[in-house]
Design a binder for this molecule. Structure first.
Ligand code: NDP
Length: 447
């Protein structure tokens, strides 16, 4: 088996040199899915995984715009249309200086399996730019978004490709992107998700990824007759996913003690309660400030610059910032401190060695493609509401989100439960997602 996996990875490596994040994501899937393929004749010998790791289309384009000083700036725009076997391409846009082909291909590949897991008819895609929204004026953000959309609009549409937000792309950016699309196409359609409530958005969409991550952790805890009540929880990030993961965690009676950003983390031993979280939301979403400012307002807390929060003692950890933010050392610290639940809000936040350490320790570990699928699932619900031209209530959307997360959890158990009872959620998520996409691809022929 090892030689089959190695042979496959050698080929993928040769074709995708200089794309470490993409190769990391593919290898993690190959390790679990190839043994399954070998055991199942309907998939064996069809090069199905090899077809899946090749994007259907990669778009790369120039994004020129003028900054507030009159300088012409050139950024690079991307859209990876990875797989449309089960529905139109769907996945977020990331605006961050680290964005490159490798990162977007890893995200698009993960998105294909994640979207399949939601049971909704959505293919996978991802896009973005190396544009850095930090410290830009609203005018600069708008001009950049308009330039970005003046190329992207040709390639997307409500039945073709429906982008959403990701790091650096929130409600403000989606608004500017949608406005430009509408102007260029002269039509009002559900081409982007994460829209504002008065122009086609869905209730609970902003909360969905964070809430879903916590719902998934809740399902995992239930397998051990346990709950969030009274637990100590560390969270990384302080953006969209982290904020709502914290909100739901607090609602469920647990104590959130950390949040972070790329500068460092804050540790509030007394707990970040609702009032403190409101301060963080205002600081990050309206004032566009830094998490370090938390300690000026709440001096009992401490700020640790340049570090991640994984050395803080906790029962549950929710990594909600970015990829590869939990390495083997971090994993060892978490385990040594008694952490026994990891539910990933971010995409691929744990390095492979960290994942193996969690699995070896037999703790409850959920990979992002399962635990953070609530965001894209609710985007799917936004698309349904747009097509039906109706708006569901908060309770209706939340109910559907809970149901979807619970079904994803069941599917992970179906394919991931081992003979000794331990659930390998990585294997479960990869195989469940793979089977759905592979079956559709086989039915549709070699295209
Ligand atoms: P935001 O831009 O709202 O927030 C990102 C947060 O992560 C910020 O606190 C940011 O800090 C921090 N961060 C970003 N890059 C780094 C870095 N290199 N090192 C340390 N911290 C960093 O993004 P989201 O909350 O939307 O996304 C967070 C994660 O969740 C990403 O992995 C994304 O792909 C994933 N995700 C998001 C979904 C969504 O619906 N939004 C859906 C599914 C997954 P700073 O402000 O300093 O940059």
């Amino acid at each position: 088996m090892e030689s089959i996996i190695k042979g496959f990875m050698d080929l993928v490596k040769q074709r995708n040199q200089h794309e470490p994040e993409f190769l990391q994501a593919v290898e993690e899937v190959a390790e679990t899915v190839i043994p399954y393929i070998v055991d199942h004749d309907i998939y064996y010998g069809k090069n199905i995984l090899l077809r899946m790791v090749e994007p259907e289309r990669v778009l790369m384009f120039r994004v020129p715009w003028i900054d507030d000083t009159g300088e012409i700036v050139v950024n690079r725009g991307f859209r990876i249309e990875m797989n449309s076997a089960i529905g139109p391409y769907k996945g977020g846009l990331r605006f961050h200086p680290t964005v490159n082909l490798s990162i977007l291909k890893f995200l698009a590949f993960e998105q294909v399996l994640k979207n399949a897991l939601t049971t909704l008819p959505m293919g996978g895609g991802k896009g973005g730019s190396d544009f850095d929204p930090k410290e830009k004026s609203d005018g600069e953000i708008m001009r950049f978004c308009q330039s970005f959309m003046s190329e992207l609009f040709r390639h997307i549409g409500p039945n073709t490709d429906i982008p959403a937000g990701d790091i650096g792309v929130g409600g403000r950016e989606i608004g500017y992107l949608f406005g430009m699309y509408k102007k260029l196409r002269n039509e009002f359609t559900g081409v982007l998700t994460g829209k504002g409530m008065s122009w086609g958005g869905s209730l609970i969409r902003p909360e969905a990824t964070g809430y879903g991550t916590v719902y998934f952790a809740q399902s995992m805890l239930e397998t051990r007759n346990d709950s969030f009540e009274g637990k100590v929880v560390t969270i990384s990030g302080s953006g969209n996913v982290a904020q709502y993961a914290a909100e739901k965690t607090i609602q469920l009676g647990a104590k959130v003690v950390t949040l972070s950003d790329s500068g460092g983390y804050i540790y509030d031993e007394e707990g970040i309660n609702t009032e403190k979280l409101e301060f963080v939301m205002d600081l990050k979403n309206n004032k566009r400030g830094r998490i370090s400012e938390y300690v000026s307002k709440y001096p009992n807390a401490k700020y640790v610059a340049g570090e991640r929060p994984w050395g803080v003692k906790c029962d549950i950890a929710l990594p909600c910032a970015t990829q590869n933010e939990v390495n083997l050392d971090d994993a060892k610290k978490l385990l040594a401190n008694g952490c026994f639940v990891i539910s990933e809000g971010a995409n691929m936040p744990s390095e492979p060695e960290a994942v193996h350490a969690f699995q070896d320790a037999k703790i409850l570990y959920a990979p992002g493609k399962a635990s953070n699928a609530g965001g894209v699932a609710t985007s799917g619900l936004e698309m349904s509401q747009n097509s039906l031209r109706i708006v569901w209530t908060r309770e209706e959307v939340d109910q559907r989100l809970r149901k979807i997360m619970s079904n994803i959890h069941k599917n992970c158990i179906k394919y991931g439960k081992q003979d000794n009872g331990y659930v390998d959620y990585v294997r479960g998520a990869n195989i469940a997602g793979f089977v759905k996409v592979a079956d559709a691809m086989l039915a549709q022929g070699v295209v």
